[in-house]
Ligand binder design. Sequence first.
Ligand SMILES: Cc1ncc(C[n+]2csc(CCOP(=O)(O)OP(=O)(O)O)c2C)c(N)n1
Ligand code: SF4
Ligand SMILES: [Mg+2]
Length: 299
Amino acid sequence: MRNNNNNNNKNDNVVTLQDYNNKVENQWCPGCYNFAILTALKRALVELQKKPEEICLVSGIGQAAKTPQYLRCNYFNGLHGRALSVATGVCAANPHLTTIVTTGDGDCYGEGGNHFLHTIRRNPKFTLIVHNNQIYGLTKGQASPTTDKGDRTRLQMSGVENYPLRPLALAIIQGCTFVARGFTGDIPHLAKLFVEAIKHPAFSYIDVIQPCIIWGTRSMNWYKERVYQLPADFDPSDKQAALAKAMEWEDKIPVGIIYKAPADPVFADRFRSEVGADKLYEAPPPDRSVIREVLNSYC
Ligand SMILES: Cc1ncc(C[n+]2csc(CCOP(=O)(O)OP(=O)(O)O)c2C)c(N)n1
Ligand code: SF4
Ligand SMILES: [Mg+2]
């Protein structure tokens, strides 16, 4: 795990946006809506007065998955599709860290689709933020599981043939107790959703609409014409109503907290009580010779 800490010019106890800035050169296209997610996430962490050393960001591979490198905090940039497994391990080992996964629709719903389903069932205490641009951005424009049927991409030149995944509905059905959709066209609203998700005492999940201005099949204007905030009288504890909202797409796209329920006991607590591994993060690392012996047993 890395700590990209290169900002040491502050010594008071109030956390500010400045605390999360680092000097890593950003590789996203100018105007990419990933910047909106980065800004909203920093604002949320400041709102919660979380210190950078209390945060661990985890990602897989892709444009979205570069996000952890652009905040000054602990991070783990792992294999494609495997962010959720790493994050589960992080919060099992150290439940005092605020663990957040920031990754893409391809990474989370395609390569990592299996982990998406089973992580929800396992219910670890971390927040999953999916930058959903409905495309494989980094690899230059192939359809992802959320690309709409009929949309033409660089690879699917006659239009995508498959039906798109409906990940929010899947999450509700699988028992996720915090399911939301955010929009990069409204950063203050997105930051509020992040705050609520991080405060949720179990696995929380936000799918964020993030148009890719280079390879995406839908423009920001297309989304703006359809996105609406859930009304104040919408009851997110009503599962059937939430499922209906989670399926809404094309003509109207709701954003906000779609489903919220009382949290079940989280994975790390169950895990620690099962194996008696309290304060696992304080345990010394195992002797290298022991690890070598285990590895050699596979040769
Ligand atoms: C095992 C494996 N398969 C494929 C790839 C190639 N690859 C890298 S990123 C990516 C897609 C990323 O799409 P998404 O998660 O939507 O991120 P975006 O770039 O759109 O933000 C793919 C297929 C890889 N790195 N590893
Ligand atoms: S290719 Fe798309 S997702 Fe990637 S940085 Fe550019 S605009 Fe953003
Ligand atoms: Mg994508």
